[in-house]
Design a protein around this ligand. Structure first.
Ligand code: FES
Ligand code: MG
Length: 573
């Protein structure tokens, strides 16, 4: 393979002798035991995102095996290579902090090593966006497959899944309804095997929107991790990668403004995770355009939530699989989609839908006239608290709280919240608005999924199940409640959220799309004049320094400025 810029063999261009470069590269690759016949074929790189810390990727070795089989059956040479693996639960300070590192790893390894096409194996929340961000930037023919959702667990006859039920049952434990012994028992049942969280969390969301965007072969998003179809999909992915190498169809030809709009449409229709918006914004930035937030709202108004999955509904991903997967959803909203977008199958979305097996009666994907939630999943908010925007997952909120004004109870940081939230002295009422500051991209850092502020213990004990909660943090797609997230600019860079004080009235009006603090502009200016940035912002060395220097706000997907196709020329805030 030759480098496009220099015309030299990739990797050894510095020798200045193309013949010698090739000779040397061949000598080294032959040390792997490949024959001339094997080397005289399209090379398909396969990202190995397995890690002993990453249960969501536990089946990656099996998937690689199947991808390799597909590549070889189609006449290519599969070569796997390692990529950073990120699991949600084992990524200090947060997985979001590391997502861009994984995207850089993907971009550079795909670009550096001599491959004609790449197969990207994602799964856990941050891995699919990181792989797609990297692939968009490297822009060699690439195809995505995922590890697939976990099957459900069972506790005393009740079906359980990570991690909507983790939160619900922990909430019951906090309220004293489930004792120590039973909660320990439940702990062993929530994640019963390989694969990703099986509710409509970020992993499921990103898998579905990636399939909708055309980066994955049809059907791939919902096949359970342990199902034989998962391996057949992987095999087909490998075979297709060989064709992609010959055709030269690139990620930038598949991930376009039009297919990104399809992704946003599907995000709304499936009741997807709020994190989906952040990741799609980051991918769009790599492609050279901004995610159209007007579009998000317009599509939200037009597209009801159709998929009855937890946390907005009641089913799990394996049920969506049995109901026909994404295709069943696409058939409901096909008239609203850009169906002439080309996909990684080489066919258009319309062709993929037409070729999929016929649909059958099922109760997981609703029809447009009988939705789970009529208003669409996600709504963007603006107002004097969020000049750069904020997000609420209205489908997972309490109807009566969608229009609410209440006095703020302010926590200045995660540590402050942990210290005081459950104190009997906390001055909080059911109609209070819980405000968490300094939990954004720089504030925490790493924009943790802390937006799901627990109900203060004394209110939980009284039976309070939901309250308006606002922050610059993110929230797990598996969580639920009347929760305003991604407030931008974040408190730690001087955003108005950081100026809110106990007792200020905060007004949420989801119908109007607004989030405001009822203070005059003068008052806000006066508070801003004496505001001080938290001391921990910034770092002296390492990846942490890169992160603090370059990370952008939520509306830019928290990507690093220099990784965007067109870096922002405004100072990084
Ligand atoms: Fe990996 Fe939920 S922890 S998908
Ligand atoms: Mg998650």
């Amino acid at each position: 393979m030759t480098d496009k810029k220099t015309g030299m063999a990739k990797g050894l261009a510095n020798y200045g002798d193309a013949g010698f470069s090739l000779f040397l590269r061949k000598a080294f690759i032959k040390a792997m035991g490949y024959s001339d016949d094997a080397l005289d074929r399209p090379v398909i790189g396969i990202t190995n995102t397995y890690s002993g810390f990453n249960a969501c990727h536990r089946n990656v070795p099996d998937i690689i095996e199947a991808v390799k089989r597909g590549v070889m059956l189609a006449g290519g040479l599969p070569i796997e290579f390692p990529i950073v693996s990120i699991h949600e639960a084992f990524s200090h300070p947060t997985s979001m902090f590391l997502r861009n590192l994984m995207s850089m790893d993907t971009e550079e390894m795909v670009r550096a090593q001599p491959m004609d096409a790449s197969v990207l194996i994602g799964g856990c929340d941050k891995t699919v966006p990181a792989l797609l961000m990297g692939a968009a930037s490297a822009d060699i023919p690439s195809i995505l497959t995922v590890t697939g959702p976990m099957i459900t667990g069972s506790h005393r006859g009740e079906r359980l899944g990570a991690c909507t039920d983790c939160r619900r049952l922990w909430g019951q434990h906090r309220a004293g309804e489930i004792d120590e012994r039973e909660i320990e028992e439940i702990n062993g049942k929530l994640a019963p095997g390989a694969g990703t969280c099986m509710v409509m969390g970020t992993a499921s969301t990103m898998a579905l929107v990636s399939e909708a965007m055309g980066m994955m072969l049809p059907g791939g998003a919902s096949i359970p991790a342990v199902h034989a179809d998962r391996l057949r999909h992987a095999e087909a992915t490998g075979a297709r990668a060989v064709e992609l190498a010959a055709e030269g169809l690139k990620p930038t030809e598949i991930m376009t403004k039009e297919s990104m709009a399809n992704a946003v449409r599907v995000l709304q229709a499936v009741g997807g995770s709020t994190n989906g918006i952040v990741h799609l914004a980051a991918i769009a930035g790599r492609l050279g355009f901004d995610l159209d937030m007007e579009d998000l709202d317009r599509m939200g108004a037009e597209t009801p939530v159709l998929v009855d999955l937890k946390p907005s509904g009641s089913h799990y991903m394996e049920d969506l699989f049995k109901a026909g997967g994404l295709t069943t959803v696409l058939r409901e909203i096909e008239h609203m989609m850009n169906t002439d977008c080309v996909t990684v199958s080489g066919k258009t979305l319309a062709e993929n839908i037409a070729e999929a097996p016929a649909s059958w009666p099922q109760d997981v994907v609703r029809s447009l006239d009988n939705p789970i939630h009529s208003g669409g999943g996600l709504r963007r908010l603006r107002g004097n608290l969020a000049p750069g925007g904020a997000i609420i997952k209205q489908a997972a909120a309490t109807e009566e709280l969608l229009q609410h004004t209440g006095p703020a109870v302010v926590f200045s940081s995660l540590a402050d919240m942990a210290e005081r939230l459950d104190s009997p002295e906390l001055d909080v009422m059911p109609d209070s608005v819980l405000v968490l500051q300094n939990a954004g991209p720089k504030g925490a850092p790493g924009m943790p999924e802390a937006g799901y502020i627990p109900i203060p213990k004394k209110l939980a004990a009284q039976g309070v199940k939901d309250m308006v909660r606002i922050s610059d943090a993110r929230m797990s797609g598996t969580a639920f409640g009347s929760i305003v997230l991604h407030i931008s600019p974040e408190a730690a860079v001087g955003g108005p959220l950081g100026l809110v004080q106990d007792g200020d009235l905060v007004k949420l009006d989801v119908a109007a799309g607004t989030i405001d603090v009822l203070l005059s502009e003068d008052e806000l200016q006066q508070r801003k004049a004496v505001w001080k940035a938290p001391e921990h912002i910034g770092a002296k060395r390492g990846y942490e320094k890169l992160y603090f220097d370059e990370v952008l706000q939520a509306e830019d997907g928290c990507d690093f400025n220099f990784l965007r196709a067109h870096p922002r020329d405004k100072p990084v805030s």
